[in-house]
Design a protein around this ligand. Structure first.
Ligand code: TLP
Length: 346
């Protein structure tokens, strides 16, 4: 049986042309900042984000955690969304590695509002941790790949300025937000002190993420990257894959979004399954099971029986992610299977 793997966009494998591009990359010792391909990637992303500098790191988790570390002191508090990746899926690293406390608020579609954030910013008092950093996520994974409205980001940035805080963006999938809205990466990045971007999600590189910010911030990030074992030496071959991915796969995300839309429409048409069509604009689809006829585990099992792999996100939610390695034909096949398994026409 052929498998259609929709568990995550992290599953993409480097294509032959990407591997060939990697093969000829010039490399050097990156801990000494002497890898020309990594330097090229860092300059490219600094320019793309409109920031002074950028730093290549191993993963999205490392990008976020280095940024949190560089912006805070132990004991500080970091405000984020309740469903944020940094709160749910980074192994408690913010507490473990930076000694900070996360303060989650339940944002709208994963996106905290100014009012929600302002309500939990701590005044100075011996009893309280000090609020230091706001972390936003765009697109928002657990909320279903939702795009953070840029006006709302601008309003949060104003609040951050007013309270002299810092703001970090988990932009693992900012690429998808840019494609979905037609805005530039820099349009979003301008509001943040630091931005994390991943190459190994929808863009299809085998590994690697990057953080961008001021020279001063990147200097601290460089120190902490070394301290947490992220100095990678001749990793220019990975940076080459990232350059190839940005140059050749960024625009292709549009196709993933169309595929996600087809899946979302099919799922939303099934009795007992609901998808927030208004918010489904990128490559993630969350199917919500609304009438108790099936649990998320059962849905995942039924789909696996037909070769479609997906993840349960809660007892009543299942996540589908489209990506570079899933063709239009595979999506059409998945739609047929979904209709066969779960019915059609609510
Ligand atoms: N997300 C993974 C899992 O960890 C859930 C996935 O399959 O979606 N920020 C966001 C918004 C992410 O979705 C992820 C990965 C990361 C950061 C971490 O990236 P890596 O896996 O490179 O550490």
């Amino acid at each position: 049986m052929k498998t259609i793997d929709l568990r995550s966009d992290t599953l993409t494998r480097p294509s032959r042309p990407m591997r060939e591009y990697m093969m000829y990359a010039e490399v050097g010792d990156d801990v000494f900042a002497e890898d020309p391909t990594i330097n090229q990637l860092q300059s490219m992303i600094a320019e793309m984000t409109g920031k002074e500098a950028a730093l290549f790191v191993t993963s999205g988790t490392q990008a976020n955690q280095i940024s949190i570390n560089a912006h805070t002191q132990p004991g500080d508090e970091v405000i984020c969304d309740y469903n944020a990746h940094i709160f749910n899926y980074e192994s408690g690293a913010a507490g473990m590695l930076s000694g900070v406390q996360l303060h989650p608020v339940t944002g709208r579609n994963g996106h905290p509002t100014v009012e929600q954030i302002e309500a939990v910013i701590r005044p100075f008092d011996d009893h309280y941790p000090q609020t230091k950093l706001i972390c936003l996520e765009n697109t928002h994974n657990r909320a279903g790949g939702t795009v953070f409205p840029i006006e709302q980001i601008a309003a949060v940035a104003e609040l951050v300025e007013k309270h002299r805080l810092k703001m970090h963006l988990d932009g693992a999938r900012l690429w998808n937000a840019a494609i979905a809205t037609g805005l530039k990466i820099a349009d979003y990045a301008q509001y943040f002190d630091s931005v994390a971007l991943c190459f190994s999600k929808g863009l299809g590189a085998p590994a690697g993420s990057i953080i961008a910010g001021s020279k001063e911030f990147i200097k601290r990030a460089h120190f902490y990257r070394k301290a947490c074992g992220g100095g990678m030496r001749q990793a220019g071959i990975l940076a080459a894959a990232a350059i190839y991915a940005v140059e050749n796969h960024f625009e292709l995300l549009k196709r993933d979004h169309e595929h996600a839309r087809l899946l979302a429409e099919a799922l939303n048409d099934c009795p007992g399954i609901s998808v927030n069509m208004e918010q489904t604009k990128t490559n993630i689809v969350i199917a919500e099971l609304t009438d108790g006829r099936m649990t998320a585990e059962e849905m995942v099992e039924k789909l696996a029986g037909e070769g479609i792999l997906v993840f349960p996100f809660s007892p009543v939610k299942v996540r589908f992610v489209t990506h570079l390695d899933v063709s239009r034909a595979a999506i059409e096949e998945a739609v047929t299977i979904i209709h066969k398994l779960f019915g059609q026409g609510k």
